[in-house]
Design a protein around this ligand. Sequence first.
Ligand SMILES: [Mg+2]
Ligand SMILES: [Zn+2]
Length: 203
Amino acid sequence: MNPTSDVGGVPAVFLDRDGTLIEDRGSLRSPAQVVFYEETVPSLRRLQKGFRLFIVTNQSGVGKGELTLEEARWVNAHVVERLREHGVDILAVYCCPHQRSDHCACIKPLPHFLLQAARDYRLDLGRSFVIGDHPHDVELARNAGATGIYLLTGHGRKHQTELSGNVIVTANIQAAADWILTGTGAVGIPLLSTKEVGRSNPM
Ligand SMILES: [Mg+2]
Ligand SMILES: [Zn+2]
């Protein structure tokens, strides 16, 4: 996608859920299983000053019968509500309940949900970011014309060797927020110019 095609839209940060905002403990069936990283709330508070915030999550456990769609939605709603209590506004949660073998249109790294969000919220994907702990999250960003930031929390260390191309790697969501807002804190690979990686708040 040509980033300039969205001139006039606002930038967003699309957040993976498990391993990014909260600990990845497999398929979560109830809010009691949710454990936030302590960096999550302060990082999102900073990011939302300049970016609309969304959650994009694959919950393939639904398709596999490990949890119900209602349980997945219950956990998602809890995450949003807890964040709201702490002053963080998530505009929407996009949840794919399918397994990869279903060949649905919405599973990450397919850009379906980001394109939908761009239409519904007038976003500029070229100035937007995806933050997540799986290579799919980085590929999602590429497929939507956004910038991906790969975290080493969650499954990040396990899958790090599967990354290809220039990828911005940070230790956790706090370092990802630092990178987006100030251009510092990346521990990984990229030596791209500010312009190339689509930073939206040059200071
Ligand atoms: Mg994850
Ligand atoms: Zn799907």
